[in-house]
Design a protein around this ligand. Structure first.
Ligand code: SF4
Length: 97
């Protein structure tokens, strides 16, 4: 899937491909990312996010690690997700409901 990304949020990567604005910067930050990394963030176009973003899954959400997720978190000074994080997340959501 893909191709639903608002064009104003993209820029040319090469003659045939687009990337999200901000991702080619020296210190990349996607224009669609809202919030503060390490505190609270969200993708402001989650249902319309590019196919490449759909391929990166959060480690352990579905029971297995994803090295690309771990690598991205480490690059931002965060520890990789662990199975316990999802237990805490589900417990917190259950308490909030
Ligand atoms: S998931 Fe959303 S915020 Fe993250 S890189 Fe993709 S489009 Fe940007």
């Amino acid at each position: 899937m893909g191709g639903q990304v608002p064009s104003k949020l993209t820029e040319k990567f090469d003659p045939h491909r687009l990337v999200m604005r901000g991702t080619q910067a020296y210190q990349p930050r996607c224009i669609a990312l809202e919030g503060s990394v390490g505190v609270t963030t969200r993708c402001s176009i989650h249902p319309q996010r590019p196919s490449i973003c759909r391929e990166v899954l959060p480690s352990w959400e579905s029971g297995e690690p994803y090295p690309q997720c771990d690598k991205a978190r480490i690059a931002h000074g965060l520890s990789p997700l662990a199975p316990e994080d999802w237990i805490r997340f589900k417990d917190a959501n259950a308490s909030a409901a």
